[in-house]
Design a protein around this ligand. Structure first.
Ligand code: GAR
Length: 288
């Protein structure tokens, strides 16, 4: 039961305990405050008193829980939780959509397409752009769209859970790698099982692995004299460019093609397909 709650709320064990504790203390505080307020009124105990008390604690409950969540470090969870309940009451569907973090290291053309797609479609929201490179173009794109950014440091990324906690705190449900050049640590993969996808600018398993990114891939493809190349979207596992393949699309290579012209063809394919594939995965995961 606790495991189910943990999966449903997408939190780790410690946070789950703190959340349950917040509910308990917030509930008690709400009950006590409600009774004290009722004592100050001149309403006689009876049906009116009960109805007024119920109304009062319904209003007080979110306040008390939010108040208690602050010292317990669970404010962002409860803010979202109450937001969700409110969305259910008012029928506002956008509050319950999955939040995505896009990880990128470079120009961010894929990130931009994904942001544009979900801005129009509203089936998910790009909540955060995570970047490992100061000055990367993707940071300007995030700024333009007023999306929060997180500039990560190598040591903290590979040796601590700091960023995982940050992602969880922000309610991130899905991670999209779009030109992100660091390997993903096991701790992050375990925290987001089958919820991290990557795009690779070649038809894997060919031309993947450490050091194979961007133009290096296209140079290798051209040098090998291949007649076609393409894109691969796959789940991320502990190895570079290795997890289960979700989608591939290919393009022809002409004799005149250079690594630069092939890169353009590949980018076109990426921009055409990545967002819709992500959307389909999210819809599929939402159903199961
Ligand atoms: C994309 O072509 C993507 O496939 C590649 O980096 C480029 C990023 O472009 N990723 C890899 O090579 C990963 N092995 P962008 O910054 O314009 O989106």
């Amino acid at each position: 039961m606790l495991e189910k709650l943990q999966q449903r709320w997408k939190v780790n064990g410690v946070n789950l305990i703190l959340i349950i504790f917040t509910f308990a203390v917030g509930g008690s505080l709400c009950g006590i405050t409600g009774r004290k307020i009722m004592e100050l009124t001149s309403i006689e105990k009876g049906i009116i008193w009960i109805l007024a008390y119920i109304l009062l604690i319904t209003l007080l409950w979110p306040l008390c829980v939010i108040l208690i969540s602050i010292p317990l470090g669970q404010f962002s969870f409860f803010k979202k939780y109450i937001h969700k309940i409110w969305a259910k009451i008012t029928g506002n569907k956008t509050a319950d959509i999955p939040l995505i973090a896009v990880f990128a290291s470079g120009a961010g053309s894929n990130a931009q397409k994904i942001i544009d797609y979900f801005n129009i479609n509203n089936t998910a929201k790009i909540e955060l752009v995570v970047c490992n490179k100061e000055g990367a173009g993707v940071l300007d794109i995030a700024k333009k769209y007023t999306i929060d950014t997180l500039l990560i440091e190598k040591d903290k990324f590979f040796n601590t859970d700091l960023y995982i906690r940050e992602l969880q705190k922000r309610g991130i449900r899905f991670i999209v790698l779009a030109g992100f050049l660091w390997k993903v640590p096991s701790s992050l993969i375990n925290a987001y099982p089958n919820r991290i996808v990557n795009i690779h600018p070649a038809l894997l398993p060919k031309y993947g692995g450490k050091g194979m990114y961007g133009n290096r891939v296209h140079e290798a493809v051209i040098a090998a004299g291949d007649k076609e190349s393409g894109i691969t979207i796959h789940y991320v596992d502990e190895l570079y460019d290795h997890g289960n393949i979700i989608f591939q699309a290919s393009c022809k290579i002409d004799e005149k093609d250079t690594p630069g012209s092939l890169a353009q063809k590949i980018h076109l394919l990426e921009h055409q397909h990545y967002s819709t594939v992500i959307d389909n995965i999210l819809k599929m995961q939402n159903r199961s």
